[in-house]
Design a protein around this ligand. Structure first.
Ligand code: 13P
Length: 340
């Protein structure tokens, strides 16, 4: 393992003016997204859709890395080039989702533990050979009556730390993703309390696992009102609470923080990131690693039809560019109306 390789890749993942595309939906999640547009849930349709995204003109200007799924990392462009090779040639770093999903946590009703540690070392070795230079593991913390429990937070933080250490051992940069869900009716204050407790435990566990913090990326939720909360915090409040919470927990040694979008609309996700990057100088890069916020418009424009590939690419290009503007605070509300 080389710390300097890990640091170089981590820094490139959060390079100024760029962010990460999360295109690592499992086949079942991709299927749910396809269902909305009546797109057949076939391997070829998933391949064609990922090819649309990866071959979008100008995307390498704004996209530093792409998170792939196990099926996707083994797929090829129509011209026969394996996706990881295609991306690497464009200067986009291929990454891979390695967790096996959130499963019910025993004796903890309505809480989950993310699985996938058994055999992970061998899977990472293979993914490295296939071209992956970073990985992702998502832990899920839900807010509700009497949850999250201390036990669920600790178990998930511990699994994240074991995953992250295995990644670094295999020369792969871990994206550490503890996602506090925005589903539910909770207030922004409750989200801040739970995010605070979660990040605190995550960094305790990472320290205990001897993680090289300079060679990782944190992928957190923003501190935000629950979707069903009757009083929604303003974008300025979301930005201020998120930065306050991160400053309390994320050591300056971590090179970058790349948010998930988590169910925010594309315009909200871009605005929140932009506002956070408009404030005072921060110790880390604040970037994006969005799935839905980068893809929703593209998937809708494509709708599974080869005649719509250019229209889908136009939407992906637009949202990649707008979020790249948010990286230095220059995305403004309403810009998406004019942007081509
Ligand atoms: P969203 O941006 O759609 O939340 O997806 C990001 C991701 O990778 C979730 O694990």
């Amino acid at each position: 393992m080389s710390d300097s390789d890990l640091e170089r890749v981590a820094a490139a993942m959060v390079a100024k003016g760029k962010g990460i595309l999360a295109a690592d939906e499992s086949n079942s999640t991709a299927g749910k997204r396809f269902d909305k547009f009546g797109i057949a849930k076939t391997e070829e349709n998933r391949r064609a859709y990922r090819e649309l995204l990866f071959t979008t003109p100008d995307a390498p200007q704004w996209i530093s890395g792409v998170i792939l799924y196990d099926e996707t990392i083994r797929q090829k462009t129509a011209a026969g080039v394996p996706f990881p090779d295609y991306l690497t040639k464009l200067g986009i770093i291929p990454g891979i989702k390695v967790d096996l999903g959130a499963k019910p946590l025993a004796l903890h009703a309505n809480e989950t533990i993310t699985e996938g540690l058994d055999g992970l070392r061998e899977r990472l070795e293979e993914y490295y050979r296939l071209g992956a230079r970073f990985a992702k593991w998502r832990a899920v913390i839900d807010i509700g009556t009497d949850i999250p429990s201390r036990g669920a937070i600790e178990a998930n933080a511990h699994a994240l730390a074991r995953y992250a250490a295995l990644c670094q051992e295999q020369n792969i940069v871990p994206i550490v993703e503890p996602e506090v869900l925005m589903d539910g009716a909770h207030t922004i204050e409750r989200c801040e309390q739970v995010t605070d407790a979660t990040l605190n435990e995550v960094f305790i566990q990472l320290h205990r696992a001897r993680l090289h913090l300079e060679g990782m990326i944190l992928k957190p939720n923003m501190v935000i009102s629950g979707k069903k909360c009757p009083t929604q915090a303003t974008p300025e409040q979301v930005a201020a609470a998120t930065v306050r919470c991160l400053k309390r927990h994320v050591p300056g040694a971590v090179p970058g923080i790349a948010f998930l979008s988590g169910g925010q609309s594309p315009a909200e996700a871009a605005l929140h990131l932009s506002l956070m990057n408009r404030g005072t100088t921060l110790p880390w890069q604040l970037s994006f690693s969005y799935g839905r916020a980068l893809q929703d418009a593209a998937l809708s424009a494509w709708a599974g039809k080869s005649a719509n590939v250019a229209a889908g690419q136009k939407e992906f290009r637009k949202w990649a560019r707008l979020n790249a503007l948010a990286r230095n605070g220059s995305f403004q509300a309403g810009m998406e109306q004019q942007a081509a």
